[in-house]
Design a protein around this ligand. Structure first.
Ligand SMILES: Nc1nc2c(ncn2[C@@H]2O[C@H](COP(=O)(O)OP(=O)(O)OP(=O)(O)O)[C@@H](O)[C@H]2O)c(=O)[nH]1
Ligand SMILES: [Mg+2]
Length: 361
């Protein structure tokens, strides 16, 4: 096997390791953070009062992934937990360029007009590679960023998808404790990111474009089952007719799916995020979903299921981190990899050896 491949596998395996590279920007934030002494109790108090600076600081701590901060992070999350949960969490996905950020700008501002408090988070798998940020284009959210009742947080960069997801989940709790009652989570529809965002949201919205020929072609299997609504965006100008056609096709297709556990039939809507069209109707739809699923208890049930899933995810992540961070394991793993290269052992014998070593540490 090529060295590069081994390194990639190693990086993947160590994806939860705190010893990850972090982008310059995050490094700077963490440096600033270190200068000030952290008082978790005080931070929690400020968060609960809705202080956005304190919220930002706490999220930066979560993102720092430094073992020495873990204790503070746990204290902050635990302190915030009793105040969390009073929200609706909405996942927004779709291919790059479909208009997610533009939609969030329009939708978020509309919600603020309804006296809601809106937090925007993101799960962006590409940022783990490019160290860019899905919300780097805050220009798309020009109005929203200025709102007192909005909080926008770019994707934590320089981490694996699993790592990002964990941090985003923890950040949701903090945002809720700070009084944000609507949490919007943007994700690009690539890789596993939609599945991950689906597992932390109450309502899942898929943005689509019309006019790409057969509308149902090229749509990933599974995503239709996850979506609570499909919104055909850019339904403006010459695009209006194709958008209506796409809507009819999606409606027909969704009809073939069996009734969902929630009792909710996924809806198809048209929107023009750029011209703020269809936004009000989408808000009404999500509200009626919330009402219906709270009445039949599905809303609460789904959150419980998600919590169970995240308990197991957290255990898996910690186990992995514990394993790969052990200096003895690190050293021995290197030797075993060389031994495999020289045909001196097999992957299974090597794995057994490492697990036994771990047991006796
Ligand atoms: N005509 C039209 N253009 C739109 C609409 N919504 C978004 N756009 C344009 O589409 C382009 C991409 O929009 P974004 O909001 O950045 O798309 P995105 O899905 O967030 O893209 P990524 O963050 O790169 O995944 C921008 O030039 C927007 O102005 C719409 O409703 N109608
Ligand atoms: Mg975007």
């Amino acid at each position: 096997m090529a060295k590069k491949k081994i390194n990639t596998a190693l990086n993947e395996a160590q994806e939860t390791s705190p010893a990850k590279n972090i982008s310059l920007k995050s490094a700077e934030r963490i440096k600033n953070l270190r200068k000030k002494k952290i008082d978790p109790e005080n931070l929690v108090e400020q968060i609960i009062q809705g202080n956005k600076t304190a919220l930002s600081r706490a999220i930066t701590l979560i993102e720092s992934q430094q073992t020495k901060h873990q204790h503070d992070v746990n204290a902050i999350i635990e302190g915030c937990l009793p105040y969390a949960n009073q929200s609706i969490r909405i996942g927004i996905t779709g291919v790059p360029g479909v208009g997610k950020s533009t939609f969030i700008e329009a939708f978020g501002n509309y919600l603020i007009g309804l006296e809601k408090k809106v937090a925007v988070l993101a799960v962006d798998p590409s940022s783990s590679i490019s160290q860019g940020s899905i919300l780097g284009d805050k220009t798309r959210m020009e109005e929203l960023v200025k709102q007192e009742n909005a909080f926008i947080r770019p994707t934590p960069s320089g981490d694996s998808l699993g790592g990002v997801a964990q941090k985003t989940r923890e950040s949701i709790i903090l945002c809720e404790a700070a009084g944000f009652d609507t949490i919007l989570i943007e994700t690009v529809g690539v890789g596993q990111s939609e599945t991950i965002v689906h597992s932390m949201t109450d309502f899942f919205l898929l943005l689509k474009l019309a006019g790409a020929g057969d509308e149902l072609q090229g749509i990933k299997r599974g995503i239709m089952e996850m979506a609570d609504a499909i919104v055909i965006n850019k339904a403006d100008g010459e695009n209006q007719q194709p958008a209506r056609q796409a809507k009819a096709e999606f409606k027909k297709a969704l009809h073939l799916y069996p009734e969902t556990e929630s009792g909710w039939r996924p809806k198809v809507k048209l929107a023009s995020a750029l011209h703020h069209k269809g936004i009000e109707e989408i808000e009404k739809m999500i509200s009626s979903y919330e009402k219906a699923t709270k009445e039949n208890n599905y809303f609460q049930h789904k959150r419980q299921e998600q919590n169970k899933f995240w308990l197991l995810q957290t255990i898996n992540n910690r186990l992995k981190a514990n394993f790969y961070d052990q200096p003895k394991i690190k050293a021995e793993l290197k030797k075993q990899l060389t031994a495999i290269e020289n045909n001196e052992t097999t992957p299974f014998v090597a794995a057994n050896f490492l697990f036994n070593l771990m047991k006796h540490l």
